[in-house]
Design a protein around this ligand. Structure first.
Ligand SMILES: [Zn+2]
Length: 137
């Protein structure tokens, strides 16, 4: 009975050691993978913020300190800043018009084909608004 007792006591302990050993390494590998992904995300935030004229160091620190919430905040703020820089809504070309094109009441409007002073598109005779950008002519 003594020999069987020691076997029953030793076997589960050995199995537990194996279990902890394997899962310990799996956990370490998982943590390392997550750490690498997180470092890549931080590098991306830094570069993306710098490319948009924002402070890369500031956003890197925000993401590092707050974590995934900081990343979400950055993505929301980033989308908001994207519109006035890259978006050119056709209804509002006034701010993009160079100053030298501002005086648009030339007498030449009376003769020959008209061209939009905002976007340069050809205008049909008699139209009040540019069909391309919506500017009043
Ligand atoms: Zn136009």
């Amino acid at each position: 009975m003594g020999a069987i007792d020691t076997m029953l006591q030793n076997m589960p302990m050995q199995a537990w050691y194996d279990f902890i050993f394997i899962w310990g390494w799996l956990c370490i590998a998982l943590i390392l993978i997550l750490l690498i992904i997180w470092i890549l995300v931080c590098i991306w935030v830094f570069r993306d913020a710098e490319s948009r004229g924002m402070s890369g160091v500031l956003w890197l620190l925000i993401v590092l300190i707050i974590g995934i919430i900081g990343l979400i905040i950055y993505l929301v703020v980033r989308e908001d800043r994207k519109r006035p820089v890259y978006g050119y809504p056709p209804q509002q070309p006034y701010q993009q018009v160079p100053p030298q094109q501002q005086p648009y009441q030339y007498p030449s409007q009376q003769a020959g084909p008209n061209f939009c002073q905002g976007c340069g598109a050809r205008l049909e005779p008699g139209v009040t608004y540019c069909s391309s950008c919506g500017r009043k002519v």
